[in-house]
Ligand binder design. Sequence first.
Ligand code: KG4
Ligand code: ZN
Length: 356
Amino acid sequence: MTILGIETSCDETAASVVRDGREVLSSVVFSQIPLHRPYGGVVPEIASRSHLEKIQEVIDEAVARAFPDAPAPWVGIDAIAVTYGPGLASSLIVGLNAAKGLAVQLNKPLVCINHIEAHLHSVFLDKPLTADVYPMLGLVVSGGHTAWIECSAPGAYRILGQTLDDAAGEAFDKAAKLLGLSYPGGPAIDRAAQQATGKNKFVFPSGRVQADNPNLFGMQAELCVSFSGLKTALLRTIQKLPVLTDELIADLAAAYQEAVVSALVTRTETALLGQRYKALVVGGGVSLNRLLRGRLQALADVRGCPLFLAEPKYCGDNAAMIAGLAEQQISLRKQDALALDVVPSLRVGEYKISYD
Ligand code: KG4
Ligand code: ZN
């Protein structure tokens, strides 16, 4: 099947055409980062307005690029896939309405996709089919999410653990702001940490969660993480310093990055313990982090569990992961396109096509 995917859950307007779940014929991503940079974070009103302005152009470009020589490129589309949650309601709605309109106009099936589950599919894009990856352990680390997910079969997801407050990307973005670095903070901290001299020793907390934390809701404390204390620890450390020199910023960035990365890697190590996962799959914008990629590779090597990381262009939000996962899910679900609604707080493994 050739599927057109649409993604507008946060601050990227994206459309993509994917054949047979893996072969990316086109992937167009319009990033709103420059629009949100002055505010140091995503502003929902600005995001939804920009999605509205760009969505048609992005979709048209994705279809045209997928079939450059075809006189009628739309004929090549077999189904429409769209992110319906989780994400910002006012942003999700723009993509969903565009997708509904297309599905009705073209008389093609509409598949609704969970954004977090799609991040796990991003590692398989543009790659040959791998023999057997199930059961697999997934880690999604982005600006909005940090979760360890077991996927025992196509479409069968279960959350093992997650952050109880800030996501890993959010923790980087907030720290960068405190350090006076640019937005988004993850890449800025990654770069600053490379300049660290190590002369100034800083140590930040590991984000441990106590077993009696009331927000665990049945999850194991050792598989959950809390990053909000880390940001406060950084603030207190900065407040004690007379001046923030470039050398101090680099050493602070390195120590902070170490704390976030080791929190992520130790939880992953715990999740792998005693399990026979056939693959460790890691997606989301934070999976671009060089220290994290290296540490996860080392862990996978020790455990003899193959590591799948997404190509850098598919780590952040994109629509190829939406169209790709849709190929797998279209046969699992029967949907009525017009009954679909956005579900801003959609959970992994949950399938819910309307509020009621
Ligand atoms: O997946 P993504 O593009 O959007 C969301 O779904 O949130 O992730 C964006 C997040 C931002 O918080 C950004 O700071 C972080 O990914 N990020 C990084 C790196 N590159 C992007 N974090 C750490 N190191 C990086 N190299
Ligand atoms: Zn994302």
